[in-house]
Design a protein around this ligand. Sequence first.
Ligand code: HEC
Length: 131
Amino acid sequence: MKLGKLLIAGFLAFSVAQAEDVMQKSMSMMEEGMTQIQQGFLNNNIALIENGTKLVNEGNSLFNKKEVIGQYLTEEKKHLVNVAVNASKRITLDVNVLNLNLEEKAYIKASNAYSDILNACSSCHALVRNW
Ligand code: HEC
C-alpha cells in the first residue's frame, strides 16, 4: 500500500516535471523562431523567415493539447482553457498564412501574420500569467 502510494506520487511528480520540460522546449523553440522571423523581415532575409516559421510550428505542436495547457491555468482560469487552446490554433493558421504570403511575395501581408502570431502568444500568456 505504502509502496503503491509512493509509486503514484513518484509518477505524478515525474509527469509534472515532464510537462514542464515539454513546455520549456516548446516555448524556447517558438521564441527562437519568432526572433528569426523578425530578423528575417528586418533584414530582408527570406530564408531566415522560412526557418523561423518551421521552429514556431514545431514548438507550437509540442504545446497544443487541452490537457497539457490546462495544467498551466489557475483554478479560476481553468474554464478558459479553450481560449488558450485557440491561441495555439491561431498560431498554426497564422504560420500557414505567413508562408502562403511569402510564396506570393506579399511581404506586408506576411508580416501582418507575424504580428498576429505575437498577439496569439500574448493572449495565452495573459491567461497563464493572470495579466
Ligand atoms: C497555449 C498557451 C501558450 C501559447 C500560445 C504560447 N505560450 Fe509561451 N508560455 C506558456 C506557458 C504556460 C508558459 C509558462 C508559464 C509562464 O511563463 O508564465 C509560457 C512561457 C513562455 C516563455 C518563458 C519560458 C520559460 O521557460 O519560462 C517564453 C519565452 C514563451 N512562453 C514564448 C512564447 C512564444 C514566442 C509564443 C508564441 C509564438 C508563445 N510563448 C505562445 C503558454 C503559451
